[in-house]
Design a protein around this ligand. Structure first.
Ligand SMILES: Cc1cc2nc3c(=O)[nH]c(=O)nc-3n(C[C@H](O)[C@H](O)[C@H](O)COP(=O)(O)OP(=O)(O)OC[C@H]3O[C@@H](n4cnc5c(N)ncnc54)[C@H](O)[C@@H]3O)c2cc1C
Length: 376
């Protein structure tokens, strides 16, 4: 006899896992969650390498949020380890805090000039304020405009060009508009109220999210391979929306990444969790896993990150490319979905073609459940 599920859920990342958990525990609905990969947790997947170091296979994932609802939800499945991420940028052989802040200014400029600029910035924008390069370029002060140009050229331009394979002019203006300068000596990368890592890693947390009656998980299973032995009422699809429709309106462009994981026989490799290389090198950044996991030993593993072009079917689609024409194409797919697949819910960073931080993906999954799936 065929096995029946209320929901077939494609993707065992945050979106699929949370909605399966909510359906099971709040609505008593049965789901089959499939993933074409051989593991759960989507891009947040972590595991131990041969040297015993816990590392993030799809790139460093740092948890930070201001959304208490997200913290309350995840805290049911994990304890936490305090971690505040710090990023340094290697600029002409010197390491400066990123985002550019008052300490960065004092490292790169002679003291009297740095003191004078600091005073001008505080007078203009106030202490502990974030101001965009765009806004600084509108300043009546020539010195502030020159500083904005310096930061743009040395910190932003090279990194962005490597990251996207495009010049800033080719990207949506919102990307350049957002680059912050922090008028502060606070060198934390994030200022969110909650900055902690799951104590035993992301995969362990996902195991607990999935451990509910009413959820079956099938790995190494693509939507195309779903057995005819099962039936289901509804489909939640957290894969790429263009792939679902066989790219019939064209491909949605993504940027992909290649990670070179290196393990060194030393306790600590670099001066912060992350070092960015905006000017030199082909890679964008090096992240040292032990900072994130706070597990230190005699060996340490780093992830050296190379942005690469995405080839559908060959590379992993990591980042939707923020260009207006791509968002227009996604809107066309969303219209097609509403017309031709009314029984399918598309969500997640691939389904929505939107870069979500983890807390945003979780918030979106929780509100989608509340709005469209919770029993009334
Ligand atoms: C390099 C990188 C670094 C990041 N760092 C951070 C960070 O530091 N902090 C932060 O908050 N967020 C970070 N993120 C964002 C975070 O990864 C996402 O918010 C999160 O993964 C979104 O979850 P999701 O469920 O939408 O998608 P995913 O985690 O991508 O899950 C989708 C799953 O669907 C599966 N799938 C797709 N199509 C099919 C199919 N046809 N059949 C079967 N399975 C399928 C995929 O294999 C995948 O496992 C980072 C993202 C990247 C790319």
């Amino acid at each position: 006899m065929k096995k029946h599920y209320d929901w077939l859920i494609v993707g065992a990342g945050y979106t699929g896992a949370i909605i399966a958990e909510r359906l099971a525990t709040q609505s008593g609905k049965r789901s089959l969650v499939i993933d074409r990969r051989d593991h759960i947790a989507g891009n947040a997947y972590d595991r131990r390498n041969d040297a015993g170091v816990l590392f993030h296979q799809y790139g460093p994932h740092i948890f930070h949020t201001n959304a208490q609802v997200v913290v309350d939800y995840l805290s049911k499945f994990t304890d936490w380890l305090p971690y505040e991420h710090r990023v340094l940028g290697s600029i002409n052989g010197r390491l400066i805090p990123i985002p550019f802040n008052l300490t960065s200014l004092h490292i790169l400029f002679p003291k009297t000039e740095a003191d004078r600029l600091t005073k001008i910035l505080i007078d203009a924008y106030g202490m502990d304020q974030k101001v965009t390069i765009l806004k600084m370029r509108e300043s009546p002060s020539q010195e502030v405009r020159d500083l904005a140009d310096f930061i743009y050229k040395n910190v932003f331009l090279g990194y962005t060009t490597k990251q996207w394979g495009l010049s800033p002019e080719e990207l949506s203006p919102s990307v350049t508009a957002r680059v912050p300068v922090y008028i502060s000596y606070d060198d934390r990368y994030f200022q969110d109220a909650f900055q902690n890592m799951p104590k035993h890693g992301y995969t362990k947390m996902f195991e607990r999210i999935f451990a509910q009656d009413g959820i079956d998980v099938s790995l190494n299973t693509d939507l195309r391979d779903v057995s005819e032995e099962i039936t289901y009422d509804r489909l939640l699809y957290t894969g790429a929306i263009d792939e679902y429709f066989n790219f019939e309106l064209g491909e949605l462009p993504y940027r992909s990444l290649e990670f070179d994981f290196q393990t060194y026989s030393q306790k600590r490799h670099q001066a912060a969790g992350q070092v960015n290389y905006p000017i030199s090198e082909d890679f964008t950044r090096i992240t040292e896993m032990s900072y994130l996991t706070q597990e230190w030993s005699d060996v340490t593993t780093v992830a050296i990150e190379y942005p690469i072009a995405h080839i559908p079917g060959k590379t992993v689609p990591y980042y939707p490319i923020p260009r207006d024409e791509n968002l227009d194409l996604h809107n066309k797919y969303a219209e097609l979905a509403a017309r031709e697949a009314p029984n399918v819910t598309f969500a997640g960073r691939l389904g929505d073609y939107k870069y979500y931080n983890m807390d945003q993906a979780i918030g979106r999954a929780l509100s989608l459940f509340k709005k469209e799936m919770e029993p009334r």
